[in-house]
Write a protein that binds this ligand. Structure first.
Ligand code: AMP
Ligand code: MG
Length: 348
């Protein structure tokens, strides 16, 4: 028979036991969860040919491959809007329609608006209405040819960003021969949309690469990403410098990307809207480091067409945006503060 005082003793032991058990469970959970947060997960990655280039997405903090699939679905969605060459795309239909005023999708309206702003601020050295000329050139053809001058001259008469206006989602042009080429900015816009999507899926650490144009999501296990700057005309893994970045976009425009040589002359894909021929300005590439990739993409092409001096002072006038210019001899020039901000290391 158990006496009342003994009973009290046993029930107080019980309470101590429950408290101890709860403490142990909390402690155990803390140890397991803290161990997990310090143990990096193996990244998941996928690489596909999309947007006329090699696209890869790597996620460092999730094992859910359906998120990768979603990212590539976005590439396809935007290719069907912005492609100049895909006959079923919204832009292709717009370029080839006989209408002068059209209602366009919100994405197309937004990108055209950005493109027209950069066209204006570069005074037409960058010009998204270059399409009549750019469609005469095929830099990826097996046997590329230099277009005949009479055709280039005729096409040039239809180039001029001032002929386009965008009002909300209403796009107008002055004649049906005028067409748009968003090749200089679309990849940046798409990278920004993919990043937005990854963040909405809870991803905090990832790298998006659209043909070598990089957009970082956060950092990698608490450390900045180490990004190599491509050496012009070298194999894809040859870099001339590296920078440490978190959450930034790194976009390069170069004359080595889409080009061909004929009779000893190199023809590349960044065209002068005044002549219809590739720009000749002693630059091999321009890399822009910025927050938004659409700005980096627009600025890499814009700074290329402005050349070293004008391009560099343009970049120095924009907050939180940096540039690396490489000339034809491989000499590197970089904008104020870049070396310190991103621990830039030049490769010998
Ligand atoms: P990126 O590789 O971003 O520098 O863009 C180059 C692409 O922009 C070309 O392949 C053309 O589609 C387009 N483009 C070429 N010349 C110009 C120019 N002067 N202004 C705007 N876009 C251009
Ligand atoms: Mg660009």
């Amino acid at each position: 028979m158990i006496r009342t005082s003994q009973k009290r003793k046993i029930s107080s032991y019980g309470i101590y036991f429950v408290i101890l058990f709860v403490i142990l469970v909390i402690f155990g959970y803390y140890i397991i969860s803290s161990k997990n947060s310090y143990e990096p997960k193996a990244p998941i990655t996928d690489t596909q040919f999309a947007l006329n280039t090699v696209v890869s997405v790597t996620i460092y903090d999730s094992t859910d491959t359906s998120i990768l699939n979603g990212a590539f679905e976005l590439c396809n969605k935007y290719e069907k809007i912005f492609s100049r060459t895909l006959e079923s795309s919204e832009l292709y239909k717009l370029n080839h329609s006989s209408q002068l005023t059209s209602e366009v999708s919100a994405d197309l309206a937004s990108l055209v608006k950005t493109g027209l702003e950069y066209s204006k601020s570069s005074k037409g050295a960058f010009d998204i209405s270059i399409a009549p000329v750019s469609q005469l050139w095929d830099f990826t053809a097996e046997d590329p040819v230099v277009p005949v001058q009479t055709k280039i001259k005729a096409a040039l008469s239809h180039v001029g960003y001032q002929n386009f206006t965008i009002n909300g989602t209403t796009l107008s042009r002055e004649s049906k021969e005028e067409q748009l080429d968003l090749g200089a900015i679309a990849k940046g816009y798409i990278a920004d949309r993919i990043k937005e999507y990854l963040l909405n899926q809870g991803v905090k650490s990832a790298v998006i690469s659209l043909g070598g144009n990089i957009l970082c999501v956060g950092n990698k296990n608490g450390e900045p990403f180490n990004i190599g700057i491509q050496a012009p005309f070298k194999e894809h893994n040859k870099t001339l410098a590296s920078i440490k970045v978190s959450d930034k976009s790194i976009v390069t425009s170069g004359i080595y990307e889409r080009c061909f040589t004929k009779d000893g002359i190199l023809y590349h894909h960044i065209l002068n809207p005044k002549t219809g021929y590739p720009y000749e300005n002693d630059l091999s590439s321009v890399t822009i480091i910025s927050d938004k990739s659409v700005n980096g993409d627009a600025l890499s092409t814009t700074c290329f067409v402005l050349g070293l001096e004008k391009g560099m002072s343009y970049i120095d006038s924009i907050d939180d945006t940096y540039a690396i210019f490489v000339n034809s001899e491989g000499k590197i020039y970089y904008s104020e503060g870049l070396e310190q901000e991103f621990s830039m290391k030049k490769n010998s």
